[in-house]
Design a binder for this molecule. Sequence first.
Ligand SMILES: Nc1ncnc2c1ncn2[C@@H]1O[C@H](COP(=O)(O)OP(=O)(O)OP(=O)(O)O)[C@@H](O)[C@H]1O
Length: 219
Amino acid sequence: MIHFENVGLRYGMGPEILRDLTFDIPKKSFQFLTGPSGAGKTTLLRLLFLSLKPTRGLIRMFDRNISTIPREEFPMLRRRVGIVFQDFRLLDHLTTYENVALPLRVRGKDESSYRADVLELLGWVGLGERINVLPPVLSGGEKQRAAIARALIDRPEILLADEPTGNVDPPMARRLLNLFLELNRLGTAVVIATHDLSLMDQVEARRMILSQGRLDIYE
Ligand SMILES: Nc1ncnc2c1ncn2[C@@H]1O[C@H](COP(=O)(O)OP(=O)(O)OP(=O)(O)O)[C@@H](O)[C@H]1O
């Protein structure tokens, strides 16, 4: 589904943050992306979300070479990728429901076509009672789940999550992990960037380990 070949990335004239990354992310796969702070996990997620372009190498996404895709087609491709940012990026003046529905509203969809889906998804992530609440009132775990629901509302083929358990206690981390595993069982590929060893030890999954700009993969 996604293929990187000798991909390198530097910011401006700075040092190369990612070097010679060659790997695949297969359809319906589940993997952790880990490595020390500053190793480039967020940078790699941004490459996968097409919000950064590599400075060298080849990236194929959904069978397309991204360097030959016109910019106007990026939003369409991005729709196939869901992302949960480290800082959630919920809009504080919109309710939980409105935040989750936003990607569809922005696309001009009629509310009657998605209302039931948004409510069902909010129920699935355990926010059925919090639909009309504004984000500042939500707990860290609730914000995290709202951000996950928003990333999923457009049924992406792959979900990228940046430190999704960074702000929650261990029971909530376990719950979120179960949510990702369930999503994966339903057919979505999942990449979880995390430092959290205890989280990774709970599942036998592929580990992508970034260190000094290079990537090692343990299947
Ligand atoms: N926009 C930017 N401009 C310049 N350098 C950047 C930029 N974003 C990140 N970096 C640098 O790239 C390196 C990798 O950062 P990145 O945030 O990808 O690491 P990370 O592994 O996600 O770290 P953490 O685990 O602490 O979140 C760091 O040295 C960082 O300072």
